[in-house]
Ligand binder design. Structure first.
Ligand code: 2RA
Length: 325
């Protein structure tokens, strides 16, 4: 099996390499690609040193079986179809392909690729952890409506976001965010649209419906950047389709391998980025009934946005494809 990793030197790219090692992805040949600027650096994979190469159009003809990408939307827009035309299966982290009707948007615990197209989209990080937490409720009670409020770490913006937080603490002006993130919170992730929502909020709204395969769910969102290095936290106010109890909601999260239930607030047990960072699971807690609306509950979830939110989900999709070949 010939594998390419595009964007290998980025925050998500380096984590994808770790996931390829952790999941023991069985490649015979591996090529690490980057932009011209980042090419030439050396990275270790399974103890072997690889020189990162510049991705050019002719390299898409090198006969890759699988390509995992985290290199931005414009690179995916240009190169994913070129790889696909050569028969490669591409799993892409950018937002470019996610809402294309003929492109699958995959969270392996929830859905599987049809492979009608050989380009598979990895969802937005804050969406992935949210639908992982929503899925048990959706299956057990049906979901009528969800109102998200996110608290997203700066690593979601890559090295630039981390820089703005770390250098901002020393008084440096922001270069990634519109305002200082140090000792601040910014209710803007990505650009504002005409209706006052941001692109990030629209991603969460549209991607939630596509992944669950249910356009009938009412979804709204407010996405906020917070001065945390890793892990996104999401407050979900969820209206279910049938009457149930807080205990039944809590029990729906039990015995699910990729969810850790941390819900005993009276004893200080609830999820934070401190527990979730560098972990593969999504952490759920603070479950309580919302008395202001029928069949409505608050649920808090935290997940490592670079792991399950990006690199791990991508490599899990690859692993599932290889296992079901
Ligand atoms: C962010 N979800 O957190 C976006 C992209 N990773 O910046």
């Amino acid at each position: 099996m010939k594998l390419a990793i595009v964007g290998a030197t980025g925050v998500v790219g380096t984590k994808m390499i770790e996931m390829v090692e952790q999941y023991k992805i069985p490649f015979d040949e591996l090529v690490l690609f980057s932009s011209k600027r980042s090419s030439g650096s050396e990275l270790k994979v399974n103890g072997e040193v690889y020189t990162v190469q510049e991705l050019t159009e002719d390299r898409t003809k090198d006969g890759f079986d699988y390509v995992i990408m985290s290199a931005g939307g414009s690179t995916s827009e240009k190169f994913a179809p070129l790889f696909e035309a050569q028969g490669s299966i591409v799993i892409d982290n950018s937002s470019f392909w996610r809402m294309h009707d003929d492109i699958d948007l995959i969270v392996p615990e929830i859905n599987t690729p049809s492979l009608n197209r050989k380009i598979i989209a990895n969802p937005n990080c804050s969406t992935i952890q949210s639908v992982i937490a929503l899925k048990p409720l959706y299956d057990a009670f049906g979901v009528k409506r969800v109102n998200y409020t996110t608290y997203q770490s700066v690593s979601g913006s890559g090295a630039g976001g981390i820089r703005d937080l770390e250098e901002g603490a020393k008084g440096a002006e922001p270069t990634t965010y519109p305002k200082p993130i140090y000792n601040n919170v910014i209710p803007q992730i990505d650009v504002f649209l005409d209706d006052g929502y941001t692109k990030e909020e629209v991603k969460m709204i549209n991607e939630t419906k596509k992944i669950l395969g249910d356009d009938a769910i009412d979804v709204t969102a407010t996405c906020v950047r917070v001065p945390v290095i890793s892990s996104h936290s999401v407050q979900m106010n969820v209206t279910l389709n049938k009457e149930t109890t807080e205990e039944e909601v809590r029990n729906s999260f039990k015995d699910i391998p990729h969810i850790v239930l941390m819900d005993d607030p009276a004893n200080g047990v609830y999820p934070t980025p401190f527990e979730a960072t560098d972990e593969n699971e999504i952490y759920v807690g603070r479950i309580r009934k919302d008395p202001t609306m029928d069949n409505t509950f608050h649920v808090w979830c935290v997940g490592d946005n670079i792991l399950k939110g990006a690199a791990q989900n991508t490599v899990q999709i690859l692993k599932a494809l290889l296992e079901n070949k």
